[in-house]
Design a protein around this ligand. Sequence first.
Ligand SMILES: NC(=O)c1ccc[n+]([C@@H]2O[C@H](COP(=O)([O-])OP(=O)(O)OC[C@H]3O[C@@H](n4cnc5c(N)ncnc54)[C@H](O)[C@@H]3O)[C@@H](O)[C@H]2O)c1
Length: 348
Amino acid sequence: MIRVWVTGGAGFIGSHLVRYLLETQPSLEIHTVDALTYAGNLHNLSDVLDHPRHKFHRIDIADRESIEPLWSQTKPKVIFHLAAESHVDRSILSPLDFVHTNIVGTATLLEVARRHWNGCSDVLFYQVSTDEVYGSLEGEEYFTEQSPYHPRSPYAASKAAADHLVRAYGHTYGIPYLISNCGNNYGPYQFPEKLIPLVITHLMERKPIPVYGNGLNVRDWIHVLDHVRAIALLAERGKRGRTYLIGAKNPRPNLEVVKLLCTLYDEMTGSRGSEALIRFVKDRPGHDFRYAIQPSTHLFELGWRPQVPFEEGLRQTIQWYLTHKEWLEAVRSGEYQRYYQLQYGDRF
Ligand SMILES: NC(=O)c1ccc[n+]([C@@H]2O[C@H](COP(=O)([O-])OP(=O)(O)OC[C@H]3O[C@@H](n4cnc5c(N)ncnc54)[C@H](O)[C@@H]3O)[C@@H](O)[C@H]2O)c1
């Protein structure tokens, strides 16, 4: 058995990755390492918690005293590093949480890796990162592998710092690594603070749908399973020490996405006039205008293609939220209600 860690495996993308690896790679024993913050949730893993090749460990990745013994005990060969504070708006409210997990947490994992993987070549530190490290585009441009880092939110800066640390440890200590930067994911199990589940849950509850500014900011959307399939493929066959861009060439203005969700929701549920719920609210400070990704050519050469067309993925996602109301109840704790009030309370 090859032992693998998935940090942040109880979060949105991490839980899909854990499930996908268990389904497709019978030689792997998966250890989910997750602190279970507001965004992490054992409900996301309920179908695999008792899987014989999966073990869950509740640990803060920045806590070396806990990471070190788990490493000695499990001796992982691959670290899929997804644990992070991941929401830009929260990074504007409390940047230090992002420094703690995204920077100190990543550095802690790298330190422990450096000690245990000294001279090993058959290991991999896989850093899952974001297109937000590249900053904001104007016009019709795309980010490429050559785009310089220009992070502009505390979230983006903390992920950029983490990416730099991974490269620096690779260069200085010879840790085999790979980084992929991906655009906005959507799909089941996404915490409802993010745009697509926020809109769907507000449609379900017939609540006003907040859209920042004029709604023209552009994000590049990809279904979470297409992202996860790319990660698994790159871990197996991607070149070590390289950075890959993962995207489905699907950049869209936020307002277009929100309107599309309204139309699909009305079609699927028989509701009417959902677009009337849209409210333009005060913009996010420092809101980047456009993210768009030119996916890495080598990813296509390896045979990866995005498989989920956007409209179909949105329909499936709406259907999932409609049929998982208990999950929603469970994840939307008092903490989320407090956060929502703080973030949007005086914006309407
Ligand atoms: N969601 C996206 O659109 C997107 C796009 C590109 C890259 N990413 C990156 O992918 C990764 C996963 O994103 P996500 O959307 O699934 O995030 P998420 O917020 O849904 O999940 C993050 C997980 O990390 C855990 N976590 C947070 N702090 C921790 C700590 N100190 N120690 C251990 N665990 C901790 C949380 O409990 C949670 O389970 C992140 O690194 C993010 O930057 C996300």
